[in-house]
Design a binder for this molecule. Structure first.
Ligand SMILES: Cc1ncc(COP(=O)(O)O)c(C=O)c1O
Length: 364
């Protein structure tokens, strides 16, 4: 039985909810969380509505004061957003997901939900730049102590834990050097010290890796990346236990960091093809990495799919898709800074563009 079923919610049909990981991932990706209206539509409808109507003033009052469950306002809940949340939660094997307006919205929600002044946030030193900016410029401003450790050095992680450490935060694979963190080790460290382990899984996706199964408490997504996969919309999500997600949900609802129904629908459709796309991305990336590693003008390739990469064995163990190491990699060329521009220009199919389309090659 799928864990993230709200039994009190009358709008969801149980036949679309009885899915768990004993079904194949592709089945979950097309079925979990489906909300079918009385029109009997085959594909999920988009509920572009800000608010909802009730049968009477008493019915409205019951919804607003919490005596009845159901939608009251789309900053709080929306059927299209709920479908995406339920499908993603099922794919990540979590009890519940909370969608946000962007990946950074999910990371901000994590900070506001699980940290307060005086707490310590311990993060990997290989992180997306905006996450570092949020931690250093804003969390620090509100009294949260922030420090960073080498993401691949387990001893350094253990030594950096303080009595006030409340969250350990990492990306695996990381942006942009595709570094891998030992999620199982970090989970043990967190459990021994009463710390939450939060893993940004946006470059692996549940097609490759499920951090909750490896012991993480919360998974973060920039859905903008592979969950959509086609560069169309911005969005994010957190996934974890009902209790932790309820704390995140109240932040999203109060702060207005909510996902739009249209974007949620696009992500729901994106999840349907996620596994196939990730398989293709990984196969292509493996070939590109082999090409680069044998190129005379390339001095280093940062990609855990290469058998001599220090994290190759760990990534092979952590990723459940065979041969799936993701499609993000870094490489260093034997060139001066001015020659680098020429290198990028000569990569005809690479695009030095932000925001990227995720099915096109991207060089940044
Ligand atoms: C690893 C990682 N996490 C989070 C984000 C932020 O996501 P968004 O751009 O959807 O806010 C990004 C964006 O590139 C990212 O690469």
């Amino acid at each position: 039985m799928m864990k993230n079923v709200d039994k009190l919610d009358p709008n969801w049909r149980s036949d679309a909810l009885n899915l768990a990981l004993d079904y194949g991932m592709q089945t979950i990706a097309v079925r979990a969380g489906q909300h079918r209206t009385d029109e009997g539509e085959h594909s999920e409808a988009i509920f572009t509505t800000s608010s909802y109507v009730y049968t009477s003033a008493a019915d409205a009052a019951a919804h607003f004061n919490g005596d009845k469950t159901g939608n009251v306002y789309s900053r709080h809940t929306n059927p299209s957003v709920r479908t995406f949340e339920r499908r993603l939660a099922a794919l990540e094997n979590g009890e519940r997901a909370v969608a946000t307006a962007s990946g950074m919205g999910a990371i901000l929600t994590m900070c506001l939900a699980y940290l307060k002044a005086g707490d310590h946030l311990l993060a990997a030193n290989q992180l997306f730049g905006s996450s570092i900016g949020l931690f250093n410029n804003y969390m620090a401003k509100f009294g949260v102590e922030v420090s960073y450790v080498d993401c691949f050095d387990n001893e350094a992680w253990a030594n950096a834990v303080q009595p006030n450490t409340k969250v350990i935060y990492c990306e695996s694979p990381s942006n942009p050097l595709a570094q891998i963190c030992d999620i199982g080790f970090l989970s043990q460290l967190c459990k021994a010290n009463d710390i939450l382990l939060v893993v940004d899984n946006c470059f692996a996706t549940p097609a490759l890796q499920r951090p909750l199964d490896l012991g993480a408490d919360v998974v973060i997504h920039s859905a903008t990346k592979y969950l959509d996969g086609q560069g169309r919309v911005l969005g994010g999500a957190l996934v974890g236990s009902d209790k932790l997600m309820q704390e995140a949900f109240t932040v999203v609802r109060s702060g207005g960091i909510s996902m739009s129904p249209f974007n949620a629908w696009v992500f729901t459709k994106g999840l349907e093809t996620l596994k196939l796309r990730m398989q293709a991305h990984c196969q292509n990336a493996n070939q590109v990495a082999e090409f680069l590693v044998n190129h005379p003008n390339v001095s280093a390739v940062h990609f855990s799919g290469l058998s001599d990469h220090p994290a190759h064995e760990l990534a092979t163990r952590q990723h459940h898709m065979t041969g799936g190491y993701g499609a993000i990699m870094g490489f260093e060329v034997k060139a001066s800074d001015s020659d680098l521009i020429v290198v990028i220009r000569n990569l005809l199919l690479g695009m030095s563009l932000i925001p990227p389309k995720w099915f096109l090659s991207l060089i940044i």
